[in-house]
Design a binder for this molecule. Sequence first.
Ligand code: AMP
Ligand code: GLY
Length: 430
Amino acid sequence: MKILVLGSGGRESALSWKLSQSVHAEKVYVAPGNAGTVQWAENADVDPMNFAQVKEFVLEKGIGMLVVGPEDPLVAGIHDYFLADPNFRDLAIIGPCRQGARLEGSKEYAKAFMERAGIPTAAYAVFGKEQIGQAKAFLKGLKPPYVLKADGLAAGKGVLIEPGYAQACASLEAMLEGKFGPASSRVVIEEYLEGIELSVFVLTDGKSYLILPEAKDYKKAGEGDTGPNTGGMGSVSPVPFARGEFMDKVEERIVKPTLARLQAERIPYTGFLFVGLMNVKGDPYVIEYNVRMGDPETESVFPRIESDLVELFQAVHAGRLHEEKLSISPLTAASVMLVSGGYPGSYKKGFPVETGSGEDGSLLFHAGTALDAEGRVLTAGGRVMAVTALGEDLESACARAYARVAQVAFEGMRFRKDIGKDLLGKGVCE
Ligand code: AMP
Ligand code: GLY
């Protein structure tokens, strides 16, 4: 089978790496890919948002499986686009249709869906520009800090958490005035949840599901969770508190009711459902749904999956995921993101990257990289690459990952030195 993965980040590097190991993978293409994906796949000069171009490539190469990495093509309806053409009935598409993708595309829709499904989440209300007075009154009734979310997609930047009421009102006004463009023409205001975050991943054919290894994402730029939010500075899997009773609650209170509600509302859903949740004193609350895998969680989740990913995806397409079993490595994975100096603010690109030997079994998942005419790897984005290592426990996984990080160099390179550290001490694991 020939497989096309859409996207170019660390997530797509890890997905294409895992897919390329399958006995069923005749060839893997990544569109557009990066300087690292060429090690196990062929990069294709195709824009994931140009559906006609994707279609042409699928036809030309005889692609049998289309794996959609990022959310934008899903929210824009790439799955529906192929479904509308009977010639593509056999194409296995991993990622939901537009209707299901609204769970990520609109936070207002997602919150209303959770309400209908009885899923635990923060109390909230939604306001448009004409309701600024009511919005401020609603804010006043909440305890600080104040959580403001742009309704639409804002490249992961649309959530503001303000410590004081006056600042929250100012940010609310700025959002409704277009701080995030049309994405913040409506704003979700919600209760602040205090707890530890966790990313839970579900692979589903719409009826049955498999819960993939969970992960913790380190979102803040600086050590000790300080500084601005980023796309993610590292991840670890598994997460010590995510087992036993807590995961039973996640499955019973969140995963099952979400899938049951999708079915009840006749929303077909195939692919990944990523539940971002908060562990509030042992109880899970949904912070957000995403309709794709997480980045950089994928870089620590997929190295732990032993099952053949192409087989799992084929089962998703055929609606027989209930026949599949997931085999998960007991090892711990730690992934450290190496970023350009200045990220998540402005940064320079085009610096040569020294990647080291890699004889230690660690994995380099490129994200923002490109090859120059001589085949040298250059930085080409804010998050440049994720270094992943496996170990018997979190301590050894982190030590191995950081040993490999020490071999990588590019001008301005920065990374968090404390990935996994918070989970090593006692007290974090409930
Ligand atoms: P989101 O884009 O919805 O994942 O939000 C970005 C980040 O804001 C999350 O990863 C959390 O760290 C934080 N956040 C979002 N909603 C809440 C909430 N209700 N309470 C506390 N923190 C939140
Ligand atoms: N790591 C969070 C995300 O992918 O949205």
